[in-house]
Write a protein that binds this ligand. Structure first.
Ligand code: URA
Length: 288
């Protein structure tokens, strides 16, 4: 607990406006908050985090807190085949929002697709309208762009393992085809799931597509622009952050964004020991 408080205070000192906490850390903070409510008031602040530090943690509504507590994943045996472990994880997540948690997520789960034995794991944000219909991640316009990127690398989608941080489409009022970004709380709720999924797939490298995956996996609210272009580490697995394919589409396939995304993918190919032709190395360079 002391370490957690120290961590929050140091993040605050660095000017971080919020942090993501896993369920254990949240429970510890809840305990602390409850015990300080019942404890007699004292002038000492030495053992309690400052109000400002604790307020940086994502605040759950009563409804969400109740359900987040309920989201205790049952341990899955690592001696089972990966596909069986993933099926078990999927089933746990499928039954988790029974009822209405979080109120702002829809009920249809879109878990993952591809090869659980793949050496590369691609992680996006959340399913949208098209993905919810198909029950597969990345099938809409962003998914088609992703397929083109993979094809340029010499990979087929089914040779990768593709998933999202949030496994249910974020809901909006009178929703039709419109999609929204998941909130920080929705993202935080799924962190135990993606951690378990990564443990099961154990890829040789992870590609975090966009800011939501970056935030969830590296626990930072930094931008893709500042975190891309180098390797990060996710519990011993090399992780590359790059632009989300939908960002590339939003920019009208801006050549410099395309090249930056491609350079991240070239780095992934190198990491996987894939052969890279001179032609591939030169893709999306500005014309001389
Ligand atoms: N965007 C994502 O991040 N994931 C999808 O599955 C589709 C679009």
């Amino acid at each position: 607990m002391r370490q957690l408080v120290k961590y929050l205070e140091s993040e605050k000192a660095k000017g971080r406006s919020h942090v993501l906490l896993d369920e254990d850390a949240r429970q510890a903070l809840r305990k602390l908050a409850n015990s300080s409510k019942s404890a007699p008031k004292s002038n000492s602040t030495a053992s309690a985090p400052s109000a400002a530090a604790t307020s940086k943690a994502p605040s759950l509504t009563k409804h969400e807190a109740k359900n987040a507590n309920a989201f205790g994943l049952t341990a899955i045996s690592s001696s089972l085949p990966k596909s069986e472990q993933l099926t078990q994880l999927e089933e746990q997540v499928r039954t988790w929002p029974s009822g209405d948690f979080p109120q702002r997520l829809r009920q249809t789960m879109v878990f993952s697709s591809g090869n659980p034995e793949s050496r590369v794991m691609l992680i996006g944000e959340a399913p949208g309208h098209e993905e919810e219909k198909a029950l597969r991640p990345f099938v809409g316009p962003a998914g088609k762009k992703l397929d083109q990127i993979l094809e340029a690398m010499g990979l087929k989608r089914d040779e990768t393992y593709t998933t999202n941080i949030v496994k249910f489409r974020p809901a909006t009022a009178r929703q039709t085809t419109n999609n929204r970004k998941p909130t920080t709380e929705e993202v935080a709720a799924f962190i135990p799931v993606i951690r378990e999924e990564i443990r099961i797939v154990a890829p040789q490298c992870i590609v975090a597509l966009g800011a939501t995956a970056l935030e969830a996996l590296l626990g930072t609210d930094s931008t893709v622009a500042s975190e891309r272009g180098r390797w990060h580490d996710f519990e011993g697995i090399p992780l590359r952050v790059t632009y989300h394919p939908s960002y590339l589409l939003q920019t009208g396939e801006n050549l410099s964004v395309k090249r930056m995304l491609w350079e991240d993918m070239l780095a992934v190919m190198e990491k996987l020991g894939m052969e890279i032709s001179t032609k591939q190395r030169g893709y999306f360079l500005p014309n001389p």
